[in-house]
Design a protein around this ligand. Structure first.
Ligand code: PBG
Length: 328
C-alpha cells in the first residue's frame, strides 16, 4: 500500500532548522585527532608536497601548531618521527633521546592537557623501510620484531605518552607491548591497536611524508588483503583478547563496511584512520576545481562517523574543526 501522499519524506528536509533537528550523525572537534610529523633541526615548518596544509615540524616550531590544536578543541595528536639516521634495526625508534621521545616530553611540558598518542612502528627508522627486523633474504621476522616494539612502546611511555599505537601488524604485538608496559610500571598507559590495517595504496603520500617506503618488496606479507572483511574481525578479536583499549580500522573511506561490522560486534572505542591518500585525493580534486573541498571533507568525515567510528584520525583535523566551530 503506497503511503504517499500521507507520508512525505521531504517535510523534514525543508529547512536547515528541521534538518538539524533530525540529523542522526554529528561531527565535533572532540571526535578528531591530528597526526603530526616531527623532525630534527631548528625552525623547521616544511610543507609536505603530497599533503597540502601539512608540515614537518621541529621541536621549536611544534608549539605553534599545538596551540591551534588546543584552541580548536581537538583532544590530541598522533606523533610520527622522522629520524636523522636509519639503520637495519631501527635503533632511533627506541632511543631515549629519539625524536619522538623528545617531542612527547616537550608537548607534555608545553601542553599538558593535550593527549599524546605515539605511533609504534619501525618503518620510519629502518634503512630498508620495513616495519621490523628482516632476514638476509628480505623476510620480515615476527617474533624478533616484538622485542623492538616493546622497547619502543616503553620508551614512549617513559617520555610521557598517554596512548601507544602499534601500527606494524606483527602477530602478538598487542599482548607483548601490554606486558612490557605493565612490567615497567606503565599499567595506566593505554593501547590503541591498529587492529585491522590493510596493505593499501592509500598510504602513498604518507610514505613521502614519513620517508618510510620499503626499499624492496611491499607490506602484503604483514598488512591485510583489502579483499578481506571476516579476517578484520578476527584481527580485532585477537587484539581485544591481548588487551587493546581502543581498536582501529585503517584506511577508513574504502573500509566503511569494516568499520560498521567492527562497531556492531565489539564494544571498545573504535578509531578510524582517514589516511594520507584519502586526504590528498580531496586536496587534488579541490585544487583542480572539480569538487567543493570543504563540503567533500565534511561529508567524508561524517560518513566515517556514520559507519560507526567514535574517533577519526585525520589530516583534515584543523580545517574541519575550524569549520565546525564557525558553524556553531
Ligand atoms: C607505519 C604507518 C603507516 C601509516 C601509519 N603508520 C604507513 C604504512 O604502513 O605503510 C599510514 C598513514 C597514512 O597513510 O596516513 N607503519
Amino acid at each position: 500500500m503506497a503511503q504517499f501522499p500521507v507520508v512525505r519524506m521531504r517535510r523534514l528536509r525543508a529547512t536547515e532548522a528541521l534538518r538539524r533537528l533530525v540529523r542522526e550523525t554529528t561531527l565535533a572537534p572532540s571526535d578528531l585527532i591530528y597526526p603530526l610529523f616531527v623532525v630534527e633541526g631548528q625552525g623547521v615548518q616544511r610543507a609536505i608536497g603530497a599533503m597540502p596544509g601539512n608540515y614537518h615540524w621541529s621541536l621549536d616550531t611544534l608549539p605553534c601548531v599545538l596551540d591551534e590544536v588546543a584552541s580548536l578543541g581537538i583532544p590530541g595528536v598522533l606523533l610520527f618521527g622522522i629520524p636523522e639516521e636509519k639503520d637495519e634495526v631501527g635503533s632511533q625508534a627506541y632511543a631515549p633521546e629519539g625524536i619522538v621521545q623528545r617531542a612527547v616530553r616537550a608537548i607534555k611540558q608545553s601542553h599538558p592537557d593535550l593527549l599524546v598518542i605515539t605511533d609504534v612502528c619501525l618503518c620510519e627508522y629502518t634503512s630498508h623501510g620495513h616495519c621490523g627486523v628482516v632476514t638476509a633474504d628480505g623476510c620480515l621476522q615476527n617474533d624478533p620484531t616484538l622485542e623492538l616494539l616493546q622497547r619502543t612502546a616503553v620508551s614512549h611511555a617513559q617520555a610521557g605518552a598517554d596512548i601507544v599505537a602499534p601500527s606494524d601488524m606483527m602477530d602478538g604485538r598487542v599482548g607483548a607491548i601490554r606486558a612490557a608496559l605493565d612490567a615497567n610500571g606503565f599499567e595506566s598507559v593505554a593501547l590503541l591497536a591498529y587492529a585491522a590495517k590493510y596493505a593499501s595504496a592509500f598510504y602513498g603520500p604518507f610514505r613521502e611524508a614519513a620517508d618510510s617506503a620499503p626499499r624492496f618488496g611491499d607490506r602484503r606479507a604483514y598488512q591485510m588483503d583489502p579483499a578481506n572483511r571476516r579476517e578484520a574481525l578476527r584481527e580485532v578479536a585477537l587484539d581485544v583478547a591481548e588487551g587493546a583499549d581502543l581498536v582501529m580500522v585503517k584506511p577508513a573511506l574504502s573500509y566503511l563496511d569494516v568499520i560498521r561490522e567492527v562497531r556492531d560486534r565489539f564494544d571498545l572505542p573504535l578509531v578510524a584512520y582517514n589516511v594520507s591518500g584519502e586526504y590528498s585525493m580531496v586536496k587534488a580534486a579541490a585544487a583542480n576545481g572539480w569538487v567543493d573541498g570543504e563540503r567533500l571533507m565534511l561529508e567524508i568525515l561524517t560518513s566515517i562517523k556514520r559507519a560507526g567510528a567514535d574517533v577519526i584520525l585525520t589530516y583534515h583535523a584543523l580545517e574541519a574543526a575550524r569549520l565546525l566551530r564557525a558553524a556553531g
